[in-house]
Every structure is written in structure tokens, then in C-alpha cells.
Design a protein around this ligand. Structure first.
Ligand code: NAD
Length: 487
């Protein structure tokens, strides 16, 4: 396992030899010592990306695509090890890292590998005698900063479109979960990505991350993380006027109408909030349930929630693991206290599990709390296995609660009324809506939010647009121009 920086096609130590530890959230033990990038290292990585850019961007798009397709194959070939690495670093259960995350990582690289030679320009029907063609051109060096909740997947979401479009990348993984990104860099080097096209600079936000934001040779900064850091990044990037793409927090609303298939809605609700211990920007963290079905729905949901198998994430039977860091566990506990102070009623969970074998890990039981929609725990992103419940009487009331936070990322609704599904979906102020489902993600479907959930989109053609600029070229074919100045 590589734990060095990946710069210019090689694994190297940090210039000052600094390292940091990454921990196993199951028991707090040290997993690895990882080289820590600081300003000098980020500068080296940006310089290497800048040197690689002219050749990479001029390579035939199909050749860039071929390398991405080979990377997808290599990730699938490495799936058992990569998934275990991700599980150890994040606490995300193996059944999910192996069954979902690593597969989605490969699928995303494959999608953008196929996209590379299909993302084409246009010809604009301008006045007679001129040909005006518009081609998408790569930006240059792209800086990318990702969080710790789905680290392996985010490498593909960021690298896939940026590389397909012809950019070179410097990616900073989270200091909490850097290992899978380094493994992907190793796989990419093995299959022949040219040196400098991909660089990985694990390190802290205020040092390595900040330098990527400030660096004058970085053309664009794509950031996934919290809304607070997103604000700082947008302010910092203004200095060099670099483009910014922000994928930030969420407070997903999940509306259950009285005509919903309750069995499906209960299952989807539990998955929506408790998958990955609730550490998902699109987590269904607010249940908004019609008062006439509330009692039955909550009885079933509490029964399902209390049966979720919590345990060592390396055990294939485990359905829910620990939170990814002790700091984050403490943050979730803080919100549990706040919810108590605000008069919330705990319906299930709310504690560390009793099982002594989990005592040194960062575990919290899946928790459901009934509380008013104005409460802090209902307005702020908790990012843990923590569901708040509200009730409503009318569709208008459900929408008002759903749209009643500053976030606008994802939302779900459960109904058997087709017309209601469309109307409510239309009125939800979010970037993604799931009807009779939750948390569907596909490399072809735009992913991103509104409000303090950020701007810009991952995935699909939208992601290719994020990493290119349209360039118009006008050719005078046969236009006889009237002279500008008649003499
Ligand atoms: P975070 O904002 O604390 O950190 C994210 C990344 O930014 C890390 O790599 C960190 O080192 C870096 N960073 C921190 N301060 C920085 C600075 N001043 N300059 C540059 N980089 C800096 O977020 P987190 O706790 O790692 O992740 C959780 C957050 O991410 C949640 O709010 C979650 O909703 C959000 N998220 C959003 C999406 C999305 O697609 N919208 C997806 C996943 C997670």
C-alpha cells in the first residue's frame, strides 16, 4: 500500500518529510502513516500537471478514453482489496464498499472513458458566408478537494470528467481517508497514465487545500465538502479569479404521503438515512410523514431501524459501521444533546451500542428523533445516523417543511398518485428528486444542488461542461464584407 504523495507519476515523500496518521474507526488503531503535502509539495504537483497538460490535452480524445476504460477494468480487478482498504479507512461496511462503492467507481470511470470522444462541439448558424464552430476546450490544471465520506467514489467523480476533457489534475483527498485515492493513483500509474496527468496530495485543508485554492496556475477548483469550507474556498478563489465548482452539504427531505406503499417507503427511508451511517450529503435526514399514516409508519420504521446489524465493518454481514472519525462522532453526539434540549423525543437509538467489542470504535446507534422543523437538529446538517421526524396534513405544508432549510441538494417523495409526484417534484427546491425511491445515483445523471448546497454539477454532460470552456472560432468562408471605413 502506497502512503506517499503521488506527483509526476511517482510516489514521493513530502519535501519536509512530514507524515500524518490515518486511523481505523472500528477501534481507533493506526492504519498507516501517510506523507503530508504542504505548499511546496502542492506547488510541485501543480508544476508537474502544468508540464503534462499540452500533451495530454492534445492526445486523441479516444486515447484518453481508452486509459480511463483501462482504469475502470483495473479497479474492478482490484475490487476486493480496494473495498477492504476503503472499509478499514472509512468504517463503511464491506458489503457496501464491495457491492456499491467500488463498482460505482469503476462504472464512473467507464462512463467518462466512453464520453471522452463523444463530447463534441457545435456549429452555430450565423450569417451567410461565415462558419462559426464552437469546441469545448480543456481548462488546464484542475485542483480537486474531496471529503471523507465516499472517498473512493469521489476520485472517479472528480477525475473521470476532468481527465476525459483533457485536463490534468491535482487532487487532495481528505486527511481522514486518503488511502483509496492513493491506491487508484497506483493503479493508474501501472496501466500507463502519463506522468503528471494525475497527482495526489494528501494533507490538511488549511495547508495543502488552501494552496490549491490560492495557486495561480490552477484554472479551476472543484470542491466537495461542507458549506462553511465551500464559502471560504469561493472567497479564496476570487483572488485569482479561478472557476469554482461547489458540492456542499444537504438536509434531505423525504416526504411520505398517505397513499404511499408503506413497506417500500419504510425500507427506502431507512436506507436513505442509515446507509454509510448517514454520512452522505444526500442523506434522507428529514422524514416528513403524513399524520394519518405516521403511527403505522413509525412503528415499522423503528422496528426495522433497531434491527440494523451494527458491527465491525469488515464483517460481510455488518449493515452499519462506525462513524469515520472520533471528531465526527462527537459532533453527532452534540446534535443528540441539542435535540434533547430542544424538546425532541427519541424514538430509537441515541446511544453508543452496548456491545463491548465495539467500545473503542466510533459507533452510534441509528437514531430517530421526533422534533419540530425549526429545531437546530432539523435545520443544520448532522451528517450522521440521525433522522428527524416531522408530520404534515396538506401537500402544501409538506412542501413548506421540505423547502424550509437553506440547503437544496436531494429530496424524496413516496406516493401512488402520479400527478402528485410530478407536482411535488416540480416544487421541491433541490437539484435531485427521487420518487418512490431514494439516493439513486448514476454517472449519466447530473448531481448537485441549490442554495447552500452549492453550484455546478458532477456527472453526465454537465460534468464535462464543468471541465471545459466553449471556444468559438469564426471563419470567413466567402463573405464579401462591406468595408468598415469607406475611403
Ligand atoms: P470539510 O469541508 O471539512 O472538508 C472537505 C475537504 O476540504 C477535506 O479534504 C478538507 O481537508 C478540505 N478543507 C478543509 N478546509 C479547507 C480549506 N480552508 N481550504 C481548502 N480545503 C479545505 O468536509 P468533510 O467533513 O470532509 O465532509 C463532510 C461534508 O461534505 C458534509 O457537509 C457533506 O454534506 C459534504 N459533502 C457534499 C457532497 C456533495 O456532492 N454535495 C458529497 C459528499 C459530502
Amino acid at each position: 500500500m502506497q502512503t506517499k504523495l503521488f506527483i509526476g507519476g511517482e510516489f514521493v515523500d513530502a519535501a519536509d518529510g512530514a507524515t500524518f496518521e490515518t486511523l481505523d474507526p472500528h477501534d481507533g488503531s493506526v492504519l498507516a502513516e501517510v506523507a503530508e503535502a504542504k505548499q511546496e509539495d502542492v506547488d510541485r504537483a501543480v508544476a508537474s500537471a502544468k508540464t503534462a497538460f499540452p500533451r495530454w490535452s492534445r492526445l486523441a480524445a479516444a486515447d484518453r478514453g481508452r486509459l480511463l476504460l483501462r482504469l475502470a477494468d483495473a479497479i474492478e480487478g482490484d475490487a476486493p482489496d480496494l473495498a477492504m482498504l476503503e472499509t478499514c479507512d472509512t468504517g463503511h461496511p464491506l458489503r457496501d464498499t464491495l457491492g456499491l462503492d467500488v463498482q460505482r467507481t469503476a462504472a464512473t470511470f467507464r462512463y467518462f472513458g466512453g464520453m471522452a470522444d463523444k463530447f463534441q462541439g457545435t456549429v452555430v448558424p450565423v450569417e451567410q458566408g461565415f462558419l462559426d464552430y464552437v469546441v469545448p476546450v480543456a481548462l488546464g490544471v484542475v485542483g480537486q478537494i474531496v471529503p471523507w465520506n465516499f472517498p473512493v467514489m469521489f476520485v472517479s467523480w472528480k477525475l473521470g470528467p476532468a481527465l476525459a476533457a483533457g485536463n490534468c489534475v491535482v487532487l487532495k483527498p481528505s486527511e481522514i481517508t486518503p488511502l483509496s485515492a492513493l491506491r487508484i493513483a497506483e493503479l493508474a500509474a501501472d496501466i500507463g497514465f502519463p506522468p503528471g496527468v494525475i497527482n495526489m496530495v494528501p494533507g490538511y485543508g488549511t495547508t495543502a487545500g488552501q494552496r490549491l485554492v490560492d495557486h495561480p496556475d490552477v484554472a479551476k477548483l472543484s470542491f466537495t465538502g461542507s458549506s462553511n469550507v465551500g464559502r471560504q474556498i469561493a472567497r479564496g478563489a476570487a483572488e485569482t479569479l479561478k472557476q469554482v465548482h461547489l458540492e456542499l452539504g444537504g438536509k434531505g427531505a423525504n416526504i411520505v404521503f398517505d397513499d404511499a406503499n408503506l413497506a417500500a417507503a419504510v425500507n427506502g427511508t431507512a436506507f436513505g438515512i442509515f446507509h454509510n451511517q448517514g454520512q452522505a450529503c444526500i442523506a434522507a435526514s428529514r422524514l416528513i410523514v403524513h399524520e394519518s399514516v405516521k403511527d403505522e409508519f413509525l412503528d415499522r420504521l423503528v422496528a426495522l431501524t433497531s434491527s440494523i446489524r451494527l458491527g465491525d465493518p469488515k464483517d460481510p454481514a455488518t449493515e452499519m459501521g462506525p462513524l469515520t472519525s472520533s471528531l465526527h462522532r462527537d459532533r453527532v453526539r452534540f446534535y443528540l444533546e441539542v435535540a434533547g434540549d430542544e424538546g425532541g423525543t427519541v424514538l430509537t437509538g441515541g446511544k453508543a451500542p452496548q456491545d463491548a467489542s465495539l467500545a473503542s470504535g466510533y459507533y452510534i446507534e441509528p437514531t430517530i428523533v421526533e422534533i419540530g422543523p425549526e429545531a437546530r437538529a432539523a435545520q443544520e446538517e448532522v451528517f450522521g445516523p440521525f433522522l428527524v421526524v416531522h408530520t404534515f396534513k396538506t401537500d402544501a405544508e409538506a412542501l413548506e417543511i421540505a423547502n424550509g432549510t437553506a440547503y437544496g441538494l436531494g429530496a424524496g417523495l413516496w406516493t401512488s398518485d402520479l400527478s402528485r409526484a410530478h407536482v411535488v417534484a416540480r416544487e421541491l427546491r433541490v437539484g435531485m428528486v427521487w420518487v418512490n425511491s431514494y439516493k439513486r445515483v448514476n454517472p449519466g445523471s447530473p448531481f448537485g444542488g441549490m442554495g447552500v448546497s452549492g453550484y455546478g454539477r458532477e456527472m453526465g454532460f454537465e460534468a464535462m461542461r464543468e471541465y471545459t470552456e466553449p471556444k468559438a472560432t469564426w471563419i470567413n468562408i466567402d463573405a464579401a464584407l462591406p468595408p468598415f471605413y469607406s475611403r
